[in-house]
Design a protein. Structure first.
Length: 129
């Protein structure tokens, strides 16, 4: 359980670091109009990730049939959350839809980066034995 929490923390730090880098790049590139949309998408991404982690943690203690039901319910909640974010991005003129979508997929990029780091660490560790 401790390892799970550490990975969740690392991923959230990665999402935050990625957000700072991208928002900084947008600022220095003069793309100030994209920052609110990206920020909304990034926040949606972080909340989506936390909701998913909560559901996985909760499902660990349940019997298999109830765990499947719990995961399906969680999927609907997360999907609804994303749809609400997309609708708000379309309705609010100060939020760029495509910047919000890019921010929303940020956690995927962070997860791939974390996976690469984990693979490299495991490969180096096995190679030294």
């Amino acid at each position: 359980m401790q390892a799970f929490l550490i990975e969740v923390k690392h991923t959230l730090i990665g999402i935050g670091a990625w957000g700072i880098i991208v928002i900084g790049a947008m600022y220095y590139s003069g793309l100030l109009s994209l920052i609110p949309g990206f920020t909304v998408g990034l926040a949606t991404s972080a909340v989506y990730y936390l909701l998913m982690c909560y559901r996985v943690k909760k499902s660990l203690d349940l019997p298999a049939a109830k765990a499947v039901s719990s995961m399906r319910t969680g999927w609907l909640v997360r999907l609804s959350f994303v749809i609400i974010m997309l609708v708000l991005s379309v309705k609010l003129p100060q939020i760029n839809l495509w910047a919000a979508v890019a921010g929303m997929f940020s956690w995927h990029a962070v997860l791939v980066f974390n996976a690469v780091i984990l693979i490299i660490k495991n490969t180096v560790h096995k190679g030294s034995v």
